[in-house]
Design a protein around this ligand. Structure first.
Ligand code: NAP
Length: 334
């Protein structure tokens, strides 16, 4: 059986629990396609998975150790199809594809098998693998919150907290494309970048609290879990919504505010990404999206990449190059 390199962890802990190992390469069955991964990323969410945090997440990941199916991380990928299972009809060997592995994870490896019906699609011509991989999770999560949950309309006012992060950089661009007036919250060093992405006003959280500005928002999107509904409520319009990407308490608040009236909490997990991926593919093909890549590491240096992402101050995305040809982290680098 052919082998491949993959990055694995078999216990929760710091970045050093990750190790590059040789494992058997997967074989596509049924409607699966075998993807040779050229580029993947390290996200803040995966740093949490590696640490086994939040603790309730271990119900899914494994109570004491990560269960076998999640020991190779990697949520986003771009690569090419090298083989297909007997029932695959949509994709063929040679197709350049990008997408989201979801609960299957596993893109921190040279090869990954996924159903061709999973959240993946073809990469528009001319878009480098590294850019494609770095666009998936941030953009599709921003789409889920701003389109699916908040239904942002032209003329509405949207505040993006964490506007310089992965989800944030796409949220600012998406809200702006939806015709909203967009304000962003980030530190001063990233203010110019966030303005260049389409923010009409930027709050530097190190010197200013946006809730004291007198502004009222139809949607406050906290992409990084640094605020709370109670803190943001004075900045919400009477029928506005607070959109947190994390926090068990927010699930409870979402249920409660659905019946109490006034500003609502809307939250959830972006898992099925087909519609958002189609929109993303369209924008990438038109060159209409800025993909901010902060750093790029070869897979052999993924421990270093996790250390950096864990710091909580990456700008946009951190790419991992797996196979040759992922290309430099071009475009959007601040
Ligand atoms: N619900 C879902 O479906 C879903 C999907 C994906 C991810 N998530 C969750 O979303 C969260 C973050 O996502 P991400 O990858 O976009 O984050 P990220 O890229 O790691 O965010 C980093 C950015 O956050 C900024 N930041 C740090 N503290 C801040 C503060 N107090 N106020 C404003 N900005 C601040 C930093 O800017 P400075 O350097 O300027 O401080 C940095 O640019 C994770 O917790 C992840 O689990 C949820």
């Amino acid at each position: 059986m052919a082998g491949m390199r993959a990055v694995m962890f078999d216990r929760y802990g710091p970045p050093e629990v990750l190790a590059q190992v040789d494992v058997p390469a997967p074989v596509p069955r049924g409607d699966q396609v075998l993807i040779r991964v050229h580029a993947t990323t390290v996200t803040s969410a995966e740093c949490g998975m590696r640490r086994g945090e939040p603790r309730w997440g271990r119900v899914i990941l494994g109570p004491r150790r990560p269960r076998k199916g999640v020991r190779v991380l990697g949520l986003e990928f771009a690569g090419d199809v090298t083989a297909v299972g007997p029932a695959a009809r949509r994709l063929r060997a040679g197709d350049r594809v990008f997408g989201f592995t979801g609960f299957a994870v596993g893109a921190n490896a040279e090869y990954k098998c996924l159903s061709e019906r999973a959240s993946l699609t073809t990469i528009p011509d001319g878009v480098p693998y590294a850019q494609a991989a770095a666009a998936v999770d941030g953009f599709t999560t921003a789409w889920y919150f701003l389109r699916d949950l908040a239904d942002v309309r032209p003329g509405q006012k949207v505040l993006v907290i964490g506007a310089s992060g992965s989800i944030g950089t796409y949220a600012v661009q998406l809200a702006s494309r939806l015709g909203a007036v967009v304000h962003g919250v980030c530190s001063g060093k990233n203010a110019k970048l966030v303005e260049s992405l389409g923010a009409d006003r930027v709050f530097d959280y190190t010197v200013e609290d946006f809730t004291t500005s007198g502004e009222r928002y139809d949607a406050v999107f906290d992409t990084v879990g640094r605020s709370s509904f109670a803190h943001c409520r004075p900045a919400l319009a009477p029928r506005g919504c607070y959109l947190p990407t994390t926090g068990l308490v927010n699930q409870v608040l979402a249920l409660r505010t659905a019946v109490t009236g006034g500003p609502r909490v809307r939250t959830g997990m972006s898992v099925r990404k087909h519609a958002a991926l189609a929109a993303l593919r369209d924008l990438l093909g038109k060159g209409a999206l800025q993909i901010v890549v902060d750093r790029s590491y070869p897979m052999a240096e993924i421990v270093e990449a996790h250390r950096y992402v864990e710091g909580g101050h990456k700008v946009g995305n951190v790419v991992i190059t797996v196979a040759d040809g992922a290309g430099p982290p071009a475009g959007g680098t601040p």
